[in-house]
Ligand binder design. Structure first.
Ligand SMILES: Cc1cc2nc3c(=O)[nH]c(=O)nc-3n(C[C@H](O)[C@H](O)[C@H](O)COP(=O)(O)OP(=O)(O)OC[C@H]3O[C@@H](n4cnc5c(N)ncnc54)[C@H](O)[C@@H]3O)c2cc1C
Ligand SMILES: *[C@@H]1O[C@H](CO)[C@@H](O)[C@H](O)[C@H]1NC(C)=O
Ligand SMILES: *[C@@H]1O[C@H](CO)[C@@H](O)[C@H](O)[C@H]1NC(C)=O
Ligand SMILES: *[C@@H]1O[C@H](CO)[C@@H](O)[C@H](O)[C@H]1NC(C)=O
Length: 490
């Protein structure tokens, strides 16, 4: 008896080994010749494999048996066809900043590494840029800027650009031009069955609605057309002022910010952005609040700065930069902390319309009592201008939270150690509950930050027609649920 069990285990192990070697052998043999000259196949152990699979958060662990660095749309088609034939799951990888939990459901997959596709071409009339699917945000900012253009780009250089667009997106110029997704004109997509379609207001119109908020569910974007705008010399500069306050100023700082949010004449130039973090040099136990004002222009009006100076910040940092430099203040430019890899990170987003003054202190208390393993964590407190965002009809795209003003997101940060994931999860949930305490609204969670445990309504909207429409489109365009690794519509 024991002998035959042992034998069975041995046979199983040998069988697994055989399948493994023959499958990795076969990807080079079977897929390799079909790919374009510059495409690459990387197997575990290679530098390319390691580069493609090293993610912003080490807590996101999609598991791959091979990486295909694609260079052309046909490469994407061939790779999907190959994966489908072998019944391997597949996943596009661009900036690698995605951290939602469904990414962990991919086992033995094929990674379709988009970083070989990062071209930008501006149309003759100068109003539209064709942007390839694997570009990083910082690359797009620079490519446009050097040609006298800009668009609604986001707050982190090293994140992908298509990623934010697929989830609606939030970025510096949204007050003037709407969300990144509002600026999408059309997209070329490879569907799960390898068919390529062009999606726009005149082609696959319903899908065009869906990909602007729930795009991860439907296909791989090889190229998008996005509106671009002329730089205007008088708008090129961004003044930034960062003030760090001790915890006792918390409510006063955010009461000032609430008065800005509630003002009927909120200037399009004004964005504010804070963080909560621990800084033992300032206070050994309690977190500090760093509050940034960003003003599109060379000087922030005194009416915004003076009330904050009056609260006696412990330190002040200021500069005037341009759109390419503005991410430095968030430590989110190339090479800076927000771009470092090697840490586990989990986000727990809560969207609100005003700073929840009564709950922020509880948030600080949770922070003050976190075990030492989590003391590099921060809370992101984002308030981009929303002027243009709120003028666009809510039903026009699938992004559901057009009226939202704020993104409040605890970002649990800790050493890459899976045994800490559960504890980070419980701290994140406590902070999320604290933020919503006593607020008569259900959770709204921005899809691009979503942890993955939220309800689909929290992510895709509470109006029932939204999920109904998304589910119908999911059944039509992805009937076999191949694109189910990023807040999947179920
Ligand atoms: C430090 C940091 C700062 C951020 N700042 C902002 C911000 O200012 N504004 C904002 O809106 N969001 C922001 N985000 C969130 C960001 O939108 C998401 O993390 C987004 O998923 C990142 O895309 P990526 O290409 O870097 O990640 P990836 O993990 O490579 O991709 C994310 C998901 O998109 C899919 N995907 C990638 N490329 C394609 C493609 N070409 N076609 C189809 N699917 C694709 C992937 O398969 C995956 O499911 C930030 C995130 C971080 C970590
Ligand atoms: C891996 O990344 C390093 C650092 O960016 C780079 O120098 C190297 O060329 C990359 N190699 C591959 C195969 O992608
Ligand atoms: C991971 O975290 C656990 C729990 O805190 C700890 O016991 C263990 O030593 C850590 N492992 C490493 C490699 O740091
Ligand atoms: C692929 O799916 C799309 C959307 O459902 C459909 O229109 C198309 O005909 C399919 N292509 C093939 C080759 O079946």
């Amino acid at each position: 008896m024991a002998g035959s069990v042992l034998w069975a285990v041995g046979a199983l192990a040998a069988g697994v080994l055989q399948v493994f070697t023959s499958s990795t052998g076969s990807i080079n043999r079977d897929l390799g010749p079909l790919l374009s000259q510059e495409a690459q196949i990387y197997l575990p152990g290679s530098e390319g494999f390691s580069n493609a699979t090293t993610r912003w958060s080490a807590a996101a662990r999609p598991d791959f048996k091979a990486i295909v660095k694609v260079k052309t749309e046909a490469d994407v088609q061939h790779t999907i066809k190959y994966a489908n034939e072998h019944n391997y799951p597949f996943l596009a990888i661009s900036g690698g900043h995605g951290q939602t939990s469904a990414l962990n459901n991919i086992h033995g997959g094929i990674g379709i590494w988009m970083r070989g596709m990062k071209g930008v071409k501006i149309s003759h009339d100068g109003g539209v840029a064709s942007v390839q699917g694997g570009i990083e945000n910082g690359e797009l900012v620079r490519a446009l800027w050097s040609q006298g253009k800009q668009t609604v780009t986001t707050g982190c250089d090293c994140a992908g650009f298509i990623g934010p667009v697929m989830g609606g997106g939030h970025g510096w110029l949204q007050g003037r031009y709407g969300l990144p997704a509002d600026n999408l004109m059309s997209a070329r997509m490879v569907l799960a069955n390898t068919t390529v379609i062009s999606v726009s207001e005149t082609s696959h119109k319903d899908l065009f609605w869906a990909i602007r908020g729930a795009g991860h569910n439907f296909g791989i974007f090889t190229e998008i057309d996005i509106k671009v705008y002329d730089r205007r010399p008088e708008q090129d500069q961004w003044a930034a002022l960062g003030l760090t306050f001790t915890h006792d100023k918390l409510e006063k700082v955010f009461a000032i910010a609430n008065s800005w949010l509630q003002s009927p004449n909120r200037p399009v130039e004004l964005t504010h952005y804070g963080t909560v973090s621990l800084n033992p040099d300032i206070n050994i136990r309690m977190p500090v609040i760093t509050f940034w004002i960003y003003w599109q222009g060379s000087t922030i009006p005194k009416s915004y700065t003076e009330p904050l100076y009056a609260l006696n910040p412990v330190s002040v940092d200021s500069s005037v930069t341009d759109l390419a430099g503005v991410n430095t203040h968030l430590a989110a430019a190339y090479g800076m902390a927000a771009c470092w890899t090697g840490y586990s990170r989990q986000l727990y987003p809560v969207s609100l319309n005003s700073w929840p003054l009564a709950n922020l202190r509880g948030l600080l208390e949770i922070f003050a009592s976190m075990p030492s393993a989590f003391r590099s964590s921060i809370v992101l407190l984002e308030a981009y201008a929303t002027n243009r965002v709120s003028e666009i009809p809510s039903e026009s795209i699938s992004y559901p939270d057009r009226g939202g003003q704020l993104l409040i997101s605890p970002l649990l940060t800790y050493a890459a150690n899976a045994s800490l994931d559960e504890e980070a999860f419980s701290i994140g949930k406590r902070i999320r509950n604290m933020l919503l305490n006593g607020i008569d609204e259900p959770l709204i969670a921005y899809v691009n930050y979503a942890h993955g445990d939220e309800s689909l309504e929290a992510v895709y909207g509470y109006e029932s027609w939204r999920l109904e429409k998304l589910r119908r489109l999911k059944a039509e365009y992805d009937p076999h649920k191949k694109f189910n690794f990023y807040v999947p519509i179920t």
